[in-house]
Design a protein around this ligand. Structure first.
Ligand SMILES: Cc1cc2nc3c(=O)[nH]c(=O)nc-3n(C[C@H](O)[C@H](O)[C@H](O)COP(=O)(O)OP(=O)(O)OC[C@H]3O[C@@H](n4cnc5c(N)ncnc54)[C@H](O)[C@@H]3O)c2cc1C
Length: 308
């Protein structure tokens, strides 16, 4: 066992696995578990099977001094070519969704598309925008995911979180998330989102389905969904459409190694097959420098880089 995974953490993962409440892999190639299909091995990747198992693992990591990162679908992440020294805890098995009147309560790993479909089936409107975003609830709350005029901040009522240091579980009200464009207060805390509740409006299920289909069609038409990526590489710069600036700068199709500015959508950097994280970083730095040189606009990466 690599010394970054402390014995107590390993024992906790092992006993959860024996009880059928978690799964783990050692030397797990992260490229297999993220939408970019890039990244070297993590010393350990763990998939808790229930919320208590997630809490147990986080507390064991804290108390044993094991470095860890909680991820959802890893669709907004670029893992390092060197992988990750420690444990990546994936929440993708935690996807219970419960509809009660006009509210939906769901666990942190619930896929956004499944959440939108559950709302549609219950004739609840407000989550249509989330259909087709390949992330989980936790990742979406963390960065206030949004599309087509909608975003998490418009429908979130509260989230439940675990404070890793104290072990305390508490609720955060909508206001306390301090949402902004692709940001929430979770970005400044080390708390782990366990679940969230959304408040939606009664709607017509056919109309809701129609909006979801329209959004999906727009994605298929405009986004390079045939290639691995992490979605839009950059945030919108205030007063500018970043993809339009990149396009205007003539950067579509620009390549570094296996990383390429999508010819279909200039805001996407795609993995054409053998891209490394170093290729992506070099290309994004180049894009940002050209855009700054030509238009004096500083563009900031939206995708989170995870160092080894
Ligand atoms: C093809 C494509 C299209 C996309 N389209 C959109 C779009 O339209 N709009 C949009 O906003 N995004 C879009 N994205 C980006 C991405 O899907 C979203 O940002 C999504 O919300 C990320 O969720 P995730 O579960 O993948 O998070 P991850 O990538 O796993 O994690 C992102 C961050 O959230 C943190 N995190 C995850 N779960 C938790 C938790 N339970 N508690 C605390 N922190 C947590 C992680 O540590 C990390 O810092 C797209 C991506 C792709 C590949």
């Amino acid at each position: 066992m690599n010394e970054t995974i402390k014995a107590d953490f390993f024992a906790s993962a092992d006993s959860l696995k024996a009880a059928g409440r978690a799964d783990y892999e050692l030397s797990a190639a992260l490229a297999r578990f993220c939408t970019f299909r890039i990244g070297g091995p993590a010393d350990m990747a763990v998939w808790p099977g229930d919320i208590d198992a997630l809490s147990d693992l986080i507390l064991a990591a804290e108390s044993s001094g094991t470095r860890y990162l909680v991820c959802g679908s890893a669709s907004n992440i670029l893992f390092s070519d060197e992988g990750f020294r420690g444990a990546i805890i994936f929440t993708t098995k935690l996807k219970k969704i419960c509809v009660n009147e006009n509210k939906i309560h769901a666990e942190c790993g619930a896929p956004l598309s499944l959440l939108a479909m559950s709302a549609q089936r219950a004739s609840l409107s407000g989550l249509e925008f989330a259909y087709g975003i390949p992330g989980s609830l936790g990742g979406a709350v963390y960065m206030n995911a949004g599309a087509y005029g909608g975003e998490i901040s418009q429908v979130l009522r509260s989230s439940a979180y675990l404070s890793p240091k104290s072990g305390k579980i508490a609720l955060l009200t909508a206001e306390e998330h301090d949402f902004g464009y692709r940001r929430s207060s979770y970005m400044e805390r080390d708390d782990i989102i366990l679940s969230a509740e959304f408040e939606l409006l009664p709607g017509n299920c056919d109309e809701i389905q129609r909006k979801m289909d329209e959004n999906m069609e727009a994605r298929r038409e405009k986004q390079p969904l045939d290639y691995p990526s992490a979605g839009s590489m950059f945030k919108r710069a205030p007063g500018h459409f970043t993809a339009a600036l990149i396009d205007k700068a003539g950067l579509k199709g620009c390549k570094t190694g296996g990383a390429e500015v999508s010819a279909k959508h200039a805001g996407f950097v795609i993995n054409t097959g053998n891209a490394t994280a170093a290729d992506v970083v070099a290309l994004t730095e180049y894009i940002a420098s050209v855009v700054f040189e030509k238009y004096g606009v500083r563009i900031e990466r939206e995708v989170r880089l995870i160092g080894p």
